[in-house]
Design a binder for this molecule. Structure first.
Ligand code: NAD
Ligand code: MG
Length: 391
């Protein structure tokens, strides 16, 4: 039996993970479930999966969760806050890191330092702390498996002995596919009028609101370029983004001999989740088998950086190195939140990020404290810009 902690159990990835686990109760037990504020949903998950521990964001939420669990006669230790998240991340065999944003960094790092098997969905953690995170994984003998569908596809398309460091494997390029999101063909001049509801309506994937907006700006792909850099040790020049609107090919690896290996599947996160849970074995995920004859056509095109300036900003941050990606990520989190709250327009997102990046110096990412300090500076700067332009 493998014990699992799910950080961010009430989110889109958390729910998909529980769906896969429910199909394999003979193999996995749930050790801990965590959520920020959705207490009722977390209580229902605890009733079904009977974890030993549950963690929420505040004392008030913890009280409400404990009361709900008593009503259902569920015995479960309830706690709250970052320290508790780090504890449950360090205590199970396997940790699904599926908190959204920078809040997921400390618990994911705690799992790495405890030498756990980490299924990493929380790309922001790796974008912020890249080298430090990878060093912690290596030093403590942790196992890092990518959940992001693109990185999971790349992992599957690399020879197993090279999957964590493809240097020497004959890789010419990593080809990250991108759907292009809901605004791939919308007139650029009208992008300023886009509403949060339109931005969150992804053509192929159902996801949390923050990553949905990131997909619409293509910052998601930008964060994924940085994520691929750290996961696979590839320089920016070796990572290419290819628009593929059908989201059937989840990414590819192009080799020096001209071969290109890809992983295909229906766009459903239960496939990479099941892959990483069972690795190196395979288990059923509940996802229907891919029927290529029904899909019929697969298309590809180059991304238009004028339409998607966030993608260019992410490449810029990766090239700049140090704490520049932390600056990019924090500015993006604040800008996306302001957009979702109807305080700024869609195109203001890239304007805010560009200003934060160009008006604030970055430094060496020498410690987590340095990264968090840069994150704080970027958030402050982004909030000030948002306040000045808010409508
Ligand atoms: P979501 O918004 O649906 O869920 C986020 C989860 O994090 C929730 O359980 C929430 O309670 C928790 N959370 C939010 N803020 C928190 C905080 N401050 N402290 C503690 N917990 C907090 O998000 P999602 O779509 O499931 O995405 C989760 C992560 O996975 C993101 O980093 C995203 O980029 C990544 N990811 C998601 C998908 C997808 O298909 N949804 C695909 C690839 C990668
Ligand atoms: Mg992805």
């Amino acid at each position: 039996m493998q014990s699992i902690t799910i950080l961010g159990a009430t989110g889109s990835i958390g729910v998909s993970t529980l769906d896969v686990l429910a199909r394999h109760a003979d193999k996995y037990t749930v050790y801990a479930l965590t959520a920020h504020s959705k207490v009722e949903q977390l209580a229902a998950q605890c009733v079904q999966f009977r974890p030993q521990r549950a963690v929420v964001g505040t004392a008030d939420a913890a009280q409400r969760l404990a009361a709900l669990l008593r009503e259902h006669d569920v015995r479960c230790d309830v706690s709250y806050g970052e320290q508790a998240l780090c504890e449950v991340a360090a205590a199970a065999d396997t940790v699904m890191a599926a908190i959204v944003g920078a809040a997921g960094l400390a618990p994911a790092l705690a799992a790495a330092r405890a030498g756990k098997k980490i299924l990493l969905a929380n790309k922001e953690a790796l974008v912020m702390s890249g080298q430090l995170f990878m060093d912690a994984v290596q030093q403590h003998g942790a196992t890092l498996l990518p959940i992001d569908s693109e990185h999971n596809a790349i992992f599957q398309s690399l020879p197993q002995s090279y999957a964590r460091s493809p240097h020497g494997a004959g890789v010419a390029k990593i080809l990250l596919t991108a759907s292009g999101g809901p605004f791939l063909t919308r007139a650029v001049a009208t992008l300023d009028e886009v509403t949060p509801e339109e931005a969150c309506k992804h053509p192929n994937w159902v996801m949390g609101r923050k990553i949905s907006v990131d997909s619409a700006t293509m910052m998601n792909k930008g964060l994924e370029v940085i994520e691929a850099h750290w996961l696979f040790g590839a320089p920016a020049s070796q990572i290419e983004v290819v628009i593929h609107p059908q989201s059937v090919i989840h990414s590819m690896v192009s080799y020096v001999d001209g071969s290109v290996l890809a992983q295909l599947g229906n766009p459903d996160m239960r496939t990479p989740i099941a892959h990483a849970l069972a690795f190196p074995e395979r288990i059923a995920s509940g996802v229907a088998q891919l029927d290529l004859t029904t899909i019929g056509t697969l298309q590809f095109e180059k991304p238009d950086l004028a339409r998607f300036p966030c993608l260019a900003l992410a490449f810029e941050a990766l090239e700049a190195g140090g704490t520049a990606p932390a600056l990019l990520n924090a500015a993006n989190e604040i800008a996306v939140e302001a957009f979702l709250d109807h305080r700024i327009g869609f195109r203001d997102i890239d304007r805010v990020i560009a200003r934060v990046m160009h008006e604030n110096a970055h430094g060496a990412a020498s410690s987590i404290a340095a990264v968090m300090a840069q994150d704080g500076i970027a958030r402050g700067a982004a909030r000030a810009i948002v306040a000045a332009i808010a409508r």
